[in-house]
Design a protein around this ligand. Structure first.
Ligand SMILES: [Zn+2]
Length: 135
């Protein structure tokens, strides 16, 4: 990754001007930005960022950080992140939803999915609460 690398979140911006500041610790201002930066983190294998932005009540959340990290790394490595389309955002002060299609591939398998994600803001930070897959 260098400063001329297009951002893997498919924003058509450069990574260092798009998601990198969030991966470096800046807080995303809204749920949509967090969603993009999480997709980007999956694509780059920045799994600590995924764990740090997942709400403790999410089904995937695990207090066994090492094991969780391993699982995320495997997913990240086996998956190609081919693009992201945001379909709808319903913003809010303390909770928000973002519906998106993530274009994914695992080997020759198409793993593309459409999900409606719910995000909540706690102590000033947006967190991924849960998601429902669309048909
Ligand atoms: Zn980005």
């Amino acid at each position: 990754m260098n400063r001329y690398t297009p951002c893997p979140c498919d924003s058509k911006q450069l990574y260092h001007k798009c998601c990198k500041p969030f991966h470096d610790g800046e807080l995303p201002e809204d749920a949509k930005v967090l969603m993009r930066s999480r997709y980007c983190a999956y694509a780059l294998g920045l799994v600590d960022y995924i764990m740090d932005t997942t709400h403790p009540e999410n089904d995937a959340y695990s207090s066994d950080r090492e094991q969780w990290k391993k699982e995320l790394m495997i997913f990240s490595k086996l998956t190609q992140f081919c693009g992201l389309t945001i379909l709808e955002c319903i913003p809010g002060e303390e909770s928000a939803t973002v519906t998106f299609t993530a274009f994914l591939k695992q080997g020759v398998e198409d793993g593309t999915l459409t999900e409606k994600s719910t995000f909540v803001k706690e102590q000033g930070r947006w967190l991924y609460r849960d998601g429902v897959l669309a048909e």
